[in-house]
Ligand binder design. Sequence first.
Ligand code: SF4
Ligand code: SF4
Ligand code: SF4
Length: 327
Amino acid sequence: MVNQEQLVDAVKKTVSREDVKYVVGYEKGTYGCEVTPSFAHSSEEAEKFIFTPLCVHNLAIYPKLEEKLPLGRDEKEDTRKIGLVVKGCDSRAVVQIIQEKGLKREDVVLIGIPCTGVVNPKKLKSRYPNYAEIVEIEEKDSSFSIKFNEENHTIPKEELLFDACINCEYPNPPIYDILIGEEIKSTNKETYEKVKVVESKSQKEKWAYWEEHFQRCIRCYACRDACPLCYCKECMVDQLDPRWVRRSVNLSENTAWNIMRALHLAGRCVGCSECERVCPMDIPLTELNKKLEKNIMEIYDYIPGISEEAKPLLGTFKPDDPEEFIL
Ligand code: SF4
Ligand code: SF4
Ligand code: SF4
């Protein structure tokens, strides 16, 4: 469990720095046990910061959303840093963006949280249909204690965690400026169970499987908007001239969108599950992302977002890289 006092102190210390504009973390949401991203511009505002097993949002999205307004005469660019509270995968997203030169290390101050996994709200809602009445969730070793209807319920962690968290190999932030608590010694190993089930299907069955999911897509682009690695200035699907994907929602265009997005994230996705969390149509996007992660690891021995010094996958070349795909 994260020490709240230590977290608030770290946020206060960070936001009080002259070279820091604000700190993004989490605060209690408006009902039940919900948590929402929060901004602290002063040490007073830091008091509201919390960290619970429902701090699911990947806050690495925020520095790239910072609006850069045109500067007037004699105006200087605001180069102050943005503080972020980061779990393992959030910090990996920052590393990946730094590798891609989307950010500089000095643009951010990272308050790292060694992470023991976060609750998938969809699993919680399906287990507790009166979800809004849950007032508190606490982590207790290998279970969660849930305060609901004036009673405490205990539920094994594995039943509520995101699939990506169950076997997370990188719970510690690879980069941080302040660490809250001790690093976790993890022996987890990603087993790609769900990916292997799809891999075992025939080509025809695989196609039918994904068609069934893609035809439900409503092209709301929430998956893109929540993803810290989807930060192109103009997404291909929004371009009108040339227009690559029609706006109509149908299987063909939906498939083009989902495959295009998965391939754009290949070798870049850090497995935070944000896309799947926000998808209103429950499309198993993690399965798609994990399939590409698995292939890239097997073919190129490459894991995204681990080291600031590493180059992005598409920016590297080894003479013995397999090249059967080159016609
Ligand atoms: S994927 Fe890992 S670091 Fe990210 S929330 Fe899950 S356990 Fe934490
Ligand atoms: S969030 Fe889901 S429904 Fe919306 S565009 Fe992405 S895959 Fe489609
Ligand atoms: S594609 Fe999904 S899992 Fe991967 S980094 Fe983006 S939001 Fe996270």
